[in-house]
Ligand binder design. Structure first.
Ligand code: COA
Length: 169
């Protein structure tokens, strides 16, 4: 299946207008703000394309991020120096078009985001990947894939880069 789909940076030739994941803020963001965020350096946008049809199946965003050590469990931070904040990568938004749901493409998109985070972490250093879940269903999706909740943030979850490194991506 992986051969059929490719991910690439968003560009102006991608058809964003017809994208619909059913969560209005994510649709509106992708249609009206994503390009601007990318140009301004606020987020890198990646899209998943069905190579056989050219259809845009989903998107995710990556940005640098930082977390307070006290937000993470002691076993992850106990042996670290007492830095004020710790480096992270944020998957701020991730969505699959409704027409392509339930075919493993959300997972493919997430694995693409994680593989990119792992590669980036070799260049800039990052302890964890953080995801923002827009609602309970999104939170359940990330928990299903092994993300752990922050103690002090209901809809924010994380996965250590060390865990991602073991996934063999
Ligand atoms: C969440 C979303 C990305 C899932 O995409 P999808 O293509 O339907 O999911 P997949 O088919 O890849 O599912 C992969 C696995 O995750 C599970 N899964 C999917 N959605 C889930 C959910 N809401 N809760 C728990 N598990 C979920 C599937 O059962 C499947 O499990 P399996 O591998 O054990 O069989 C998609 O529903 C979506 O875009 N939702 C709206 C936007 C959104 O909530 N984005 C997330 C955070 S901003």
């Amino acid at each position: 299946m992986e051969d059929r789909y490719r991910s690439e940076p968003l560009n102006r030739h991608h058809d964003r207008a017809s994208f619909s994941c059913g969560v209005e803020v994510l649709d509106r963001y992708f249609q009206h703000q994503a390009g601007q965020d990318q140009r301004r350096g606020l987020a890198a946008l990646y899209v998943l394309i069905d190579a056989t049809t050219g259809a845009l199946v989903g998107y995710h965003t990556l940005s640098t991020f930082s977390v307070f050590p006290k937000s993470l469990p002691a076993e992850l931070t106990a042996r670290l120096p007492r830095y004020e904040t710790l480096p992270a990568i944020l998957v701020g938004r991730l969505a699959v078009d409704r027409r392509y749901r339930g075919q493993g493409l959300g997972q493919l998109l997430l694995l693409d985001a994680l593989a990119r985070c792992l590669a980036i972490s070799h260049d800039i250093g990052a302890l964890v990947v953080v995801v923002e879940a827009k609602d309970d269903a999104a939170r359940a999706f990330y928990e299903h894939h092994g993300f752990l909740p922050f103690a002090d943030h209901e809809h924010r979850l994380y996965m250590p880069i060390a865990t991602i490194a073991k996934l063999g991506l």
